[in-house]
Design a protein. Sequence first.
Length: 218
Amino acid sequence: MQLAHPRSPLHKFAFGTKESLSKPEAKQAMIDFYDSYYSPNLMSLCVSSNMPLAQLEELVKAKFGAIKGKNVSLPDISNPKPYDTCSCKRLVKMVPVNDLDELKITWSLPFYGDDEDDDETSPNMNIKYYMELFGHEGTNSVLSYLKSQGWATGLETRRKSMCGCMTKFDINIELTKDGVANYVKVVEAVFAYAQLLDKAGPQEWFANELNAAGELRF
């Protein structure tokens, strides 16, 4: 978050510290936030039970019905863009608390909607297309190449919608000690694969496979 545009509300440490939470104004700031945005229209509730539906509905009303509906909207924080050409293209190195050797490559993309939206007409499907390709672990995949070089032991892709203004696309790579020493070559391999995908263009057969797999989900 600290790497976001200096004028963006996201340009701050994402978690509280003992020092920041000890400030006199912290409590009132949290109360003000609660009073402004704690509203049912911004919430989702999931209840799982073997109770009859009518009885479960009454229970939910009793427990949550008192929450005051304020019909509020989340503030628009898309301008300035949290991550523009000035705040991207950075290499950030961190020393982990645990014994962890990981490389994360993050792309900042336009907001494509909720993460759960996997409808085949949704722009999120465009991200899923690339998530599946980058995350492939078979022959000729990025991971198979990195393993053959002794640089990585695992790779996963993720997407995350943030604050209604952007979507993150992450590639997380578990590195070996040799991979840490050659992290530049690891990054080059990922971008070489990205260029290969760009040159090949969208493949209809693969998109059809994704759609067919989606139809099998319960």
